[in-house]
Each structure stands twice: as structure tokens, then as C-alpha cells.
Design a protein. Structure first.
Lengths: 236, 298
């Protein structure tokens, strides 16, 4: 097992955002966390990345307790994130954004090679490598956010709502790429509101409702369950 | 016409000093959204460090006195700037902005009056001959050798700064942090270290400005940082606070405008003119000449 959350509780002021959630991700899997707006999905990812500190509980990565590590130490441990809303550095070029993704690495030749790989995976980014990232389209920015996360050479990649605000055809493309990245050996933890797409590519999934995990199972099981169908897939 | 050209020459050398100080304001604002009102006082400390080097050390009397004073003052101010940030501002990272602003004013007064306690309130002058006070005439315009040095050193430092910010890893981290702190953290960038680095750069530039003013105007005192500090702040706002090229252009413009006002009979109004510009900018275009637009793509 590469990654695990144990009884994670997070408070925002007096609001209990996560009420003790536990989940596991095996090496090589795509695991998704689905849930409605405000269920605590982004809070979960922000806690995993070290941007917020939990009240109690543990974040375990690769057998080590990383609950109290700084955000930057977690990146060097092998966790990177493509955050919600993409959060690319709009005033820097595409190339510079990718360089930032590799900030903690010093293996220059390898970084160059990985950047070439990103440009191969996302040819459009290669064409726009000198362009200010803020001028890219939404889909291109999402690709850049994923490429930037890849540049950290993560063993676990966190994706927060990669489908947000994108046209269905672009969403399809992004999800195909996520699957490719996974097949190339990166474990993926995917947070999504778009349950249909997420469950399609996920090996396993968890359903988060107001800070608690209410369901879990394989992607197919969840997609077939009445509850998920009713609440997240829009069937009556 | 000659008079006009003369004022422009004087204005440019004065303006490069403002630009150097304004850069510190704008970079610090860009990264922690703080108007560091103690910045003018770091410039003052720089002037005193340069004074000490040129007056009391063997180095200072040598041919390399100016370079020695410049480098040592820059290093001393860089260290001071980083310490101020660590001690006074960092504990307030999550406090309201007004708390940090008041702290900055406190630090400013602390520096001024602590120094005054040790060196007295009187003015001092750099020893003669640190830089030649010769001048030459081009088409009726008198240009002092010192003015040339001030402008050239300022340009060199600004080019160096641009290189650091655009090309080095730390400089890129600086831009990333000032754009989006959290996203920068997700890249593994250490935000605290990057903020320290920003104070280091800004304070070093202020130190250089202090030494050059000490030599050029040949008079320093513990409160000398107040007015240039405020004017450099106006320059930063005029150029667009947060923008590095803006601070350069803003500094030069404020210097030239101020000298023109003084040169054409308004010397009593030179300060008023500068602050009138601040008011106009805030009314007409609060983002300044090169201010960043705040729109983002959804």
C-alpha cells in the first residue's frame, strides 16, 4: 500500500470539515473520491498536500507517517498535486510553469527529458511553450497543471477536479491522459464531482458526504449502486 | 533648452536612487502585500555603513573605497532586511494587514532612533575623494562624474536584478510565490525562504542607494530615510505597485518631475508635487502605469 488516511479529522474554525475519514490507495491504482460540492473533497487533498493541518488522524505515505511534514517535504517524498481551479502561474510561461513543477529536483538532464516527455504527451503545450500561461485556454491550462505535477516525478499524483469548467470533449481527453499516466506507473488519487467519468477510469472509489465516507467499492460496483446512481449520476 | 537638459540630467540621477529604493517596496509588496515603511530606514542604514567603511577602514581610503563601501553596505542591509522580516513581520504572517503595517512604522522609528542614540542626530559627511567630484560639459550641460556613476551603478544593479528574477531558480520561485502562495507550496517551494530572499534583494538595493546618496549629496543623518522612503513609495505606486519595471520607470519619472519642478522656480513645492502625483495616480489609475490586472481565466 502506497498511501493511507487514518481517522482524519479536519476543522475549519468551528466547522468540522472532515469527521474522521479513512481510506487506502494501493500502488499502481487509480482511486477516486467523489462527492457533492462542500462534501470535503478539496479539504482532503489539501490535508494530504500539507496545506492544512488535521485536528487528529494520520496521513501515511509509503509506510511513513507524514502528517506533520511541511508541504515542500511531501513533494520531495513523492506526492504532487494538480490543484482545483488549476492554479497555474499565469504570468509565467508554459516552460517556466513546468520548471516550477520540478522545483525540488536538481537532476538537470533528467528534468529536460521529462519536460520533453510532457511536451510529447501534450503537444499543444509544446507549441505554446514560450507563451504566458494565462493566455492558454482552460483545457490547455488543465493540461499544464497536470504536466506541472508530473514534473515533480511523483509516485502519487493528486488530481483535484480536473474536469471542472471544461467542455465534455476536453474532459474525455484529460481523462484518457490520466489513464495513460497511471499506466506509465504513477498511482493516482482523483477527486471529482463528475462521478460518471471518475468511476469509469477508477479501480476503486470512495463516496464522501458532509465529511464522512459513506460508500466504497470498485469503480463498477459504485457506478452500479442505487445510491450513487441516484445522488451522483442523475438517475431517478 | 540647456536648462531643461540640465534638469533632466539631475533628475535622472536623483530618479535612479528613487528607483533602487522603489524596487524594494514593490518586490516586498508583491510577495507579502506589505508596504514596508521601514524600507527608507534600511537605505539610511546603508548610507551609514558606507560612511563607516569609507571613514574608518583602510579599505575605504584605497582606490576601491567606493566599491568596498557599496558592497559592504549592500551585504549589511541585506542581512538587516532579512532579520527585520524574521523578527518583526514573520510572526504576523496571518494577522491583519493593518497590524503588519503598524509594525513596519514601528520598525522604521526603531531603526531611526536607535541609530540616533549611537551616532547622534547631527549630519555627517563622507570623506572627500571617495568618488572624484570632477565634472564635464556636454553642449552647455554640466554632468558630474558622480552622476554618471550613480546612473551606471543603478542600471547595472537593475539589470542584475532582472536577471535574478527572470532567470534564476530563486527568482522564479519569487514570482511564483507572489502570484500564488499555495500553488507555489504545492511545487515544493519554501515560502518563508522565498520571502526572506525578497527582503534580501530589496534591502541590498536600498543599501546601494544609501551609499550613493551619501557620496553624491555628501550629507547623511539618521532621519534621511523618511522623505526618500516616502517618495520611492510614491514612485512604486506610480509605476504600479508589485511591478518591477514599474518601479524603475516610476523612480526615474518621480526624480525627473521633482527636479523639473524645483528647477523651474517651484523648489518649495517639489515635495508637494510628488505627493500630488500620488493623489492623482490613486484617483485616476490606482494600479499605476504598469500595474497588474487582476482578472483571471475561469
Amino acid at each position: 500500500m502506497i498511501f493511507e488516511l487514518k481517522d482524519l479529522e479536519v476543522n475549519y474554525g468551528v466547522i468540522r470539515a472532515l469527521k474522521g475519514i479513512s481510506l487506502e490507495v494501493e500502488t499502481g491504482e487509480i482511486v477516486t473520491l467523489i462527492g457533492a460540492n462542500g462534501a470535503g473533497k478539496s479539504t482532503t487533498l489539501r490535508t494530504i498536500s500539507g496545506l492544512i493541518k488535521p485536528k487528529s488522524g494520520q496521513v501515511i505515505f509509503d509506510g511513513a507517517d507524514i502528517t506533520h511534514l511541511s508541504a515542500s517535504k511531501r513533494v520531495s517524498a513523492g506526492i504532487s498535486q494538480a490543484p482545483e481551479g488549476r492554479r497555474i502561474f499565469a504570468e509565467m510561461t508554459t516552460t517556466e510553469n513546468l520548471e516550477m513543477g520540478a522545483f525540488l529536483r536538481s537532476d538537470k538532464a533528467e528534468i529536460r527529458k521529462d519536460m520533453a516527455d510532457v511536451f510529447e504527451r501534450f503537444p499543444i503545450l509544446g507549441q505554446r511553450s514560450k507563451q504566458q500561461a494565462g493566455t492558454l485556454s482552460g483545457g490547455e491550462q488543465q493540461m499544464l497543471a497536470i504536466g506541472r505535477a508530473l514534473m515533480a516525478k511523483p509516485r502519487l499524483m493528486l488530481l483535484d477536479e480536473p474536469s471542472l469548467g471544461l467542455a465534455p470533449i476536453v474532459v474525455k481527453e484529460i481523462f484518457a491522459i490520466i489513464r495513460e499516466i497511471n499506466q506509465a506507473g504513477t498511482t493516482i488519487f482523483l477527486v471529482e464531482q463528475n462521478a460518471r467519468m471518475a468511476l469509469k477510469i477508477a479501480d476503486r472509489g470512495y463516496v464522501l458526504e458532509t465529511g464522512e465516507i459513506t460508500l466504497s467499492g470498485t469503480g463498477e460496483e459504485l457506478a452500479a449502486s442505487d445510491e450513487v446512481q441516484r445522488s451522483y449520476l442523475g438517475r431517478t | 533648452m540647456e536648462k531643461f537638459a540640465q534638469q533632466i540630467v539631475n533628475g535622472l540621477s536623483q530618479g535612479s536612487i528613487y528607483a533602487l529604493i522603489a524596487l524594494g517596496y514593490t518586490m516586498v509588496y508583491g510577495i507579502v502585500k506589505l508596504i514596508n515603511f521601514a524600507h527608507g530606514d534600511i537605505y539610511m542604514i546603508g548610507a551609514y555603513v558606507g560612511f563607516a567603511v569609507t571613514t574608518f577602514t583602510r579599505f575605504g581610503h584605497s582606490r576601491f573605497g567606493f566599491i568596498a563601501a557599496l558592497v559592504i553596505a549592500m551585504v549589511a542591509c541585506a542581512v538587516l532586511g532579512v532579520c527585520i522580516e524574521r523578527i518583526a513581520y514573520k510572526p504576523l504572517r496571518n494577522s491583519s494587514r493593518i497590524a503588519v503595517l503598524i509594525t513596519a512604522i514601528g520598525v522604521s522609528l526603531f531603526l531611526d532612533y536607535t541609530l540616533m542614540y549611537f551616532v547622534g542626530a547631527g549630519t555627517r559627511s563622507y570623506p572627500p575623494g571617495v568618488l572624484s567630484d570632477r565634472s564635464f560639459t556636454v553642449g552647455g550641460v554640466v554632468i558630474k562624474y558622480q552622476q554618471v556613476i550613480v546612473v551606471l551603478v543603478s542600471i547595472a544593479l537593475m539589470i542584475l536584478l532582472q536577471f535574478i528574477v527572470k532567470k534564476t531558480k530563486q527568482g522564479k520561485a519569487m514570482r511564483a510565490v507572489s502570484f500564488d502562495k499555495e500553488a507555489a507550496q504545492l511545487m515544493g517551494i519554501n515560502v518563508d525562504r522565498t520571502i526572506s530572499f525578497t527582503f534580501l534583494l530589496g534591502s541590498a538595493l536600498a543599501g546601494a542607494a544609501g551609499v550613493m546618496v551619501g557620496i553624491y549629496f555628501n550629507s547623511i543623518d539618521p532621519l534621511m530615510g523618511m522623505m526618500p522612503g516616502l517618495k520611492a513609495f510614491v514612485a512604486a505606486v506610480f509605476g504600479g505597485i508589485g511591478s518591477i519595471p514599474g518601479a524603475m520607470v516610476g523612480g526615474l519619472s518621480i526624480g525627473v518631475i521633482e527636479t523639473l519642478v524645483a528647477g523651474y522656480g517651484g523648489s518649495l513645492y517639489r515635495d508637494a508635487a510628488v505627493f500630488a502625483i500620488l493623489i492623482l495616480v490613486l484617483i485616476i489609475k490606482p494600479t499605476g502605469l504598469m500595474g497588474k490586472s487582476t482578472g483571471s481565466k475561469v
